[in-house]
Design a protein around this ligand. Sequence first.
Ligand code: SF4
Length: 346
Amino acid sequence: MSHTFRFSHPEPTPVRTRVWPVFLPFAGCPYRCVFCAQDKQTGQDEADLESTLHALEADLDEALALGRGPYELAYFGGTFTALPPPWPETFLALAMRYRERGLITHVRCSTRPDCVDELSLSRLRAQGLDMVELGVQSFDDTALKSSGRGYTGDVARAACEIVKASGLALGVQLLPGLPGDRPGMFASDVRIAADLEPETARLYPCLVIKGTLMARMWARGEYEPWTLERAKSELAEALPVLWGKSVRVIRLGLAPEGTLEGNIAAGPWHPAFGQSVRGMALLEILRVEINRFGGCGTHLDVPRRYSGELYGHGRELASLYFDLGLSESSISFVDGDCFELKSTPR
Ligand code: SF4
C-alpha cells in the first residue's frame, strides 16, 4: 500500500524588501581586523563621510523623482555606532527625511559587538534606526583572540542581548574558519547564535583577501583557510539549526561585489556557493523525511520555488536523489508551499 505525506521546508518565510546599501568602508572602525577588506568588497576606498552623505542625498532625490522604492536603507561596511559624532545622527536624519516621503521604510546598520550600549542604541532607535547587524564573527574566545578582535565571547553574547533590549531587531554575522578555529567550533557558534534568536544571520566563510594581515599570515604558513567542501558541508548543517529558531539566513558567502573576486588569494569562495549550500541542506531535509516514514520514495512533489536549488549548483546533487530512490522523472515541481512524498514502504 502506498502512503502520501506532506511536509514544508523549515526555512522561515523570506521577507522581500529592496535593500539600498550605503557602504561606509572602515568608517568608525577602531582598527583594521586581520581578515577585513571592505575596500575590496565594496570597490570603494576608505569612506569620506561628507561626500557619501551628499551623494546619497542626490541619489535618493533622483529615486523619489522617478517614483522608485520603497527601500530599506542599510549602512554597511564600517562600525556605524562608533562613527564620530554627529555622523550616526546625521545619516539617520537623512533617512528620516526620505522615510517621511515614503521612499525609505526601514533603516539598518552594521557594527561591532564591543561598540554598542543600551543608552546609545535607544537614542539611535528614537532617531529612526530599526535594526543592528552585529559582526560577531565567533563566540569562541580562542578564535576571537587569534583574530585580534579585541572582545570575548561573553561580550558578543551580551551585545546581542543589548540590541534586543534596546528594542531593535538583531542580525548576527558569523565568520567560520577564523584563525584559532577547531573542529566543532562553528557548529557551537551556530547553536549559540540560534539560541539568541536574532531575526537574521549572515554566514561568511573566512577568505584570504590580498592586502590583509591574514594574507601575510597565510603566506607565512600561519593560517590555513577552510576548503570549499568543508565550508559547504558545515554551512549546510548550520541552516536547519538557524531555521529551527526562525532565523532568516540572508547571506551565505561574500557576494562577488566590487573588486572582491580578483583579490581572493585563498579560501572557500565560489560564485554559486549559496545555491550549493541550500541544495545540500534541502537534500538532508528530504533524506530525513523519507527515512522518518520508513519508505522508499516513488514520487516527490517539490514547491516550484525550490527548483533552482534542489539539485544544487550544476546538478552536483542529482545522483544523490537517485540513491534516495528518486529518479528525475519521479520529481515534479508544483505550485504551493508543501512537499508531497508518495512512498512505498520497504
Ligand atoms: S571587520 Fe568590521 S570592525 Fe573590523 S575593520 Fe572590517 S568593518 Fe571594521
